[in-house]
Design a protein around this ligand. Structure first.
Ligand SMILES: [Zn+2]
Ligand SMILES: [Zn+2]
Length: 270
């Protein structure tokens, strides 16, 4: 983490604490006023939305349609190799209150939502990746056009809060070298080619041999996480784990192999 990151994070935190004295934060999901900046969401919403009480696939992080599944890996992931070890996410993007909170964060000016989102993500990492010796956190860079329009990169803010919660540095190691079409408008096949070679690793010397926690805001098919994890692995990363705030879930019992786009070509990776 560079000095600019540390100062920016410190000043932002101090400024928010002062603002919090006069303007209480509200729960991003139900809008109830919260007395403190942390955790920034109410316990009722936590109880209601936390999805990791149920057993999830140890690779893609989907909840099992049958909780008595004997294997920790779902049928869609079994037998395939992925550039990451595992994906986890504390809440489901299928929940309306989650979707509204994410859209308000990314497009509606509620930038402060990155604090409660980051707290929930840190709890998910502690639960699902307990004991993993992470070297640092990195994040998926935003599209160039979006960065210019919005002025901030949502995954970078989430990485900043995770860094605070997990006492790990965060470092920008990836760069998007071309603008791509918006993933949500494309089919699964188009998503894969849309992102192909769209990212480069800017700091291979800091990536080589490292165990990295890769951050994004929402995972749907996982195409962006796969492409970025692949870029990091090709730059020499030892292991990549992924955490996002929310996960789009298929209705129970409708998990299909093509949703996960298994990347068999990753068998060339070390
Ligand atoms: Zn709430
Ligand atoms: Zn799976």
């Amino acid at each position: 983490m560079n000095v600019a990151h540390v100062f920016r994070s410190f000043f932002r935190r101090t400024f928010e604490k002062i603002c919090n004295l006069f303007f209480p934060v509200t729960c991003p999901f139900c809008e109830k006023p919260m007395p403190r900046l942390y955790p920034g969401y109410c316990s009722d919403c936590h109880k209601e939305l936390w999805r990791l009480r149920e057993k999830t696939c140890s690779v893609c992080g989907m909840r099992f349609s049958n909780p008595d599944m004997p294997s920790p890996i779902c049928a869609d992931c079994r037998g395939h190799r992925f550039p990451y070890v595992s994906i986890t996410a504390p809440v489901s993007y299928n929940r309306k209150s989650v979707k509204n909170a994410v859209l308000s964060f990314k497009f509606g000016g509620k930038i402060g939502n990155f604090r409660p989102f980051g707290v929930m993500m840190s709890l998910a990492v502690k639960k699902q990746f307990s004991g993993v010796p992470f070297d640092y956190i990195t994040y998926i860079p935003s599209r160039l056009k979006r960065m210019k329009q919005r002025g901030f990169c949502p995954p970078e803010l989430l990485a900043e809060e995770l860094s605070h919660q997990l006492s790990l540095p965060y470092i920008g190691t990836l760069k998007k070298i071309r603008d791509t079409r918006h993933q949500s408008t494309l089919s699964i096949k188009e998503r894969r080619t849309n992102l192909k070679d769209a990212f480069i690793c800017t700091k291979p010397e800091q990536v080589s041999g490292k165990t990295i926690l890769l951050v994004d805001d929402v995972v749907t098919t996982g195409s962006s996480l796969k492409e970025c994890a692949k870029t990091l692995r090709r730059a020499g990363a030892k292991k990549v784990y992924c955490v996002t705030f929310a996960r789009t879930e298929k209705p129970r019992g409708e998990f299909t192999a093509d949703v996960f786009e298994p990347y068999d070509e990753y068998s060339i990776l070390p």
